[in-house]
Design a protein around this ligand. Structure first.
Ligand SMILES: [Zn+2]
Length: 474
């Protein structure tokens, strides 16, 4: 294996106007002020790359140890003292549990042992941590019954991974409901996250989990103790994940595009036709797509609309809205920030929704717009066959030919919240065909809109306060 040293695009950072050739002056403090700039731009820079960069900038060959020390100093400068922060954690978490009863904190640790293999009593090694605040846990039932799980690397001294469980209200506002920091992603750390998530955070049945991650997650999700298998929980893949796997394997943009289009196809016959169409490729593209369980990645086969029309995850959006810059902080500060920032989001949304309700609005803005569009579209459809089967209303409708539409027949079923064009079940509010059915039987179409889109439901989420946490209480 060969290593290539790449050039850094950092400004010349030498703090002295001229460096004496006596290299005693190039001690770790001088190097540190240079390294500080490099580390700020790229906290994950390798030490051997720093050594090469110092050589290029100062014409001096420093030792690996000296550069390592400089990087460590720079990391402490930018990101605080990590070791101290780890020691601060238990006290902070204890305080959070005390002041916010119902807050979930779970450690993932292993026994500390000496070099001789003896157990060091009362000493545990940190492997991970999961935390979730009571207001978010308690009010998740008013959100879309769907979570997104994703992760991102932290910038600190240790290359930890921050995993976030994201929920979404009916107005597309997203916020994290649980966090975990683990040393690395593995089957065991996933098991730690999923088992605690099921036992303490998302305890209701029927929730769909969308994720980009697969290897460790997949192998833990089906464990009987985790209960994240139907009907308790449903797994769905982000279409981005499938598409990037396809790209990695076949290295063809058109295949990637076809896979994405298949995922978004709303009709099952359309999905099946597209799948068959993949046989034209010489590579085993068809086999690749056919091997993935259909209900995990196809919107057409998400027959209960468990994904709420979400085919990807919104991690980046969530980081920008709630966690911006926190990835730079030491661990205790990350935990503390998640509480205060979530509290801020809560307060803002609560007052926004109150204003909307006082304006006599009942529904999320996007939902209102979509329903108005469907109601307008409905005026160009007329019912030519209506049947009441048991308690179901089944309607066959025709687009008026003089309106320029096709004279296609549609079937929709209100009680099953289903339409043969796929939109009603996928979006969880009546499509134009369902609106026509409602008009025919004189029922308000909003009766069939999922409760999560109601502003009153949303107010229930944010009406729960994030209590004041005394700053130095712990
Ligand atoms: Zn429809």
């Amino acid at each position: 294996m060969s290593w290539e040293v790449i050039r850094f695009n950092v400004e010349h950072a030498c703090t002295m106007t001229s460096l004496k050739q006596n290299h005693k002056h190039l001690d770790s403090d001088v190097i540190c002020s240079y390294v500080k700039l490099v580390v700020e731009k790229n906290p994950r820079v390798f030490v051997f790359v720093l050594v090469a960069s110092i050589r290029n900038t100062f014409g001096y060959i420093t030792t690996y140890y000296k550069a390592w020390m400089a990087k460590r100093k720079a990391m402490t400068l930018w990101y605080g003292n990590w070791d101290q922060s780890y020691n601060e954690l238990p006290r902070l978490l204890q305080a959070m549990k005390f002041f916010i009863p119902g807050t979930i904190v779970r450690y993932y640790t292993h026994t500390a042992i000496t070099l001789e293999g003896d157990v060091i009593p009362k000493n545990r090694i940190f492997d991970g941590l999961l935390w979730a605040f009571k207001p978010a846990i308690e009010r998740f039932r008013f959100c879309k019954q769907m979570i997104q799980v994703d992760g991102t690397f932290l910038y600190g001294l240790y290359r930890n991974v921050l995993m976030i469980v994201v929920a979404q209200d009916g107005d597309r506002n997203i916020f994290p409901i649980a966090f975990a920091i683990v040393k690395k992603e593995s089957e065991e750390t996933w098991n730690f996250i999923i088992s605690n998530l099921c036992s303490h955070v998302v305890t209701q049945a029927g929730v769909c989990m969308i994720s980009d991650r697969s290897s460790g997650l997949l192998s833990t999700i089906g464990r009987p103790e985790n209960r994240w298998t139907p009907p308790h929980g449903y797994l769905a893949y982000s279409i981005r994940h499938i598409a990037s796997n396809a790209m990695k394997r076949f290295k063809q943009k058109n295949i990637k595009k076809e896979i994405i289009n298949m995922g978004y196809a709303l009709l099952q016959p359309n999905f099946r036709a597209r799948l068959e169409n993949l046989r034209r490729y010489e590579d085993d593209v068809y086999e690749f797509a056919a091997e993935i369980p259909i209900e995990i990645w196809s919107q057409a086969y998400d027959v209960k609309g468990r994904r709420y029309d979400h085919m990807t995850t919104n991690l980046a959006e969530c980081i920008n809205s709630v966690l911006k810059m926190t990835r730079r902080l030491p661990i205790a500060s990350i935990v503390r920030e998640t509480y205060f920032r979530l509290g801020k989001v809560w307060a803002e949304k609560s007052s926004q929704i109150d204003v909307m309700i006082s304006d006599e609005r009942n529904w999320a803005l996007d939902l209102e717009k979509a329903m108005q569009k469907n109601q307008t579209h409905a005026t160009s459809i007329f019912v030519h066959n209506f049947a009441r089967l048991d308690s179901d209303f089944v309607v066959q409708a025709l687009v008026r030919p003089h309106e320029g539409g096709n004279s296609t027949t549609y079937t929709s079923n209100l009680n099953r919240r289903w339409c043969d064009r796929g939109r009603f079940q996928a979006f969880k509010f009546p499509c134009a065909h369902a609106v026509v059915t409602c008009m025919h039987i004189n029922v308000d179409p909003y009766f069939y809109v999922d409760y999560c889109y109601s502003l009153h439901t949303m107010r229930n989420i944010y009406s729960c306060d994030f209590k004041y946490l005394p700053n130095e209480a712990y």
